[in-house]
Design a protein around this ligand. Sequence first.
Ligand SMILES: *Cc1c(COP(=O)(O)O)cnc(C)c1O
Length: 483
Amino acid sequence: MATTVKTPQVLPGTTEPNEEVLRQACEKAIAYLAKLDAAPVAATVDRTTLRARLDRPLGEQGIAAEQVIDDLVADVEGGILGTAGGRFFGWVIGGTLPAALAADWLTSAWDQNAGLYATAPAAAVVEEAAGAWLKEILRLPKQASFGLVTGCQMAHATSLAAARHWVLAQHGWDVEEKGLAGGPAIRVLASDQKHGSVMRALRLLGIGRAQVVDIQTDAMDRVVPEALAEELARTPETPTILVLQAGDINTGTCDAFETLIPMAKRHRAWVHVDGAFGLWAAASANHRHMVRGVEDADSWATDGHKWLNVPYDCGYAFVAHPEAHQAAMSWRASYLTHDGEARDAMEWNPEFSRRARGFATYAALRQLGRAGVCDLVERCCRHAKSLGERMGQLPGAELLCEPMLNQALVRFPDPRANATEEDHAKRTDATIAAINATSEAFFTGSTWKGRRVMRISVSNWRTSQEDVDRVVRAVESVLKNRP
Ligand SMILES: *Cc1c(COP(=O)(O)O)cnc(C)c1O
């Protein structure tokens, strides 16, 4: 009987060892970074243009890898924000240290599944080392367990899962076995300035908005101790989690951990700290006082992809009670290969298969060293202070509060005598847009204490004194030319 032999389809480019496309991508990346200083910081093309270029029908047949990369680079042109450069001050966005970027490239080439030691032996040991270094730099307890997760959002989810386990176990309830239904209700006390990622993490964990009590904050966004004391005393028998923050998104301030944590501990509450960027104050002798006492919390969440300048997909969860952390995350199965002696990330992480993201953190920390991390933190704080103060002195601008850590707030009031808060808000937003339109710098707005503000957030290792001077000149010129 005759059989038809199908000719195997050879995908374009897959017969070669791919060297050419990798060299090409490397050259394009280097060329991009080399032009950062001269390139616009904001996007220069709009959504319609990007869709017209990129939203094409997927071909039936594949194309050569080199062509894919050539097209990709051409098609995204103008749609890449200058976040890698030194004049991007929107949100809280870090850059990428050279060693971290290079290690990130290798991470993709090595393509390890870092869920288990068995699937990624070197990655597991690198994470052990990086975790220990991070605890040392952030001055967290040596015995704390940790997980390298995708960002601070998932660091909250991981830490708060441990918290949920622990506060319910204190009341004789095994949440991993029984779930939440029918168990004691959890009460969460949290700064009324908490970041939205805290609420999202709680939501994922089955803890709703109605179970969260906002604790009043002061003029600089710090939890008022008396307000916390009152809430703690209200229902002393309820399983309680307290969420505090190191680094407010607007003011950069940190809660008074030294006062607040012992209060919560007297009520057997679990204290979790959102330290997405603010926890890094601990790395600097000049700023360490801002987080005094933070080491006494039960869990901490922070980012690698913001202030440490590791590429995106990098956050860290630390838990002072490894058994609670492990109880919340661990999963064992007969087909997986667990090694009791080694670190299996699955015991500490919410993911199953995962990127070996420890390599980039390891590389960033080695490139900087302890002194380098300290210098990075201090330099960013210095630049934020100087940007805030110098802009605040320009005619048409106003500094709203003393710059703290790496954040500052300015606004651009409407000069008319009878101007309302709404007029000030309009002028502030229009000025931010005008500054961003110069392509010299990029800022974002926020509403702080009822006032529209421009946030200045400095988290990039590249930001230099020249960048600061250049940005102040650009803002000055925008203000001079405003009608
Ligand atoms: C950025 C940020 C988060 C969320 O972190 P991701 O890394 O974006 O998940 C949480 N809290 C604060 C204060 C932040 O600045």
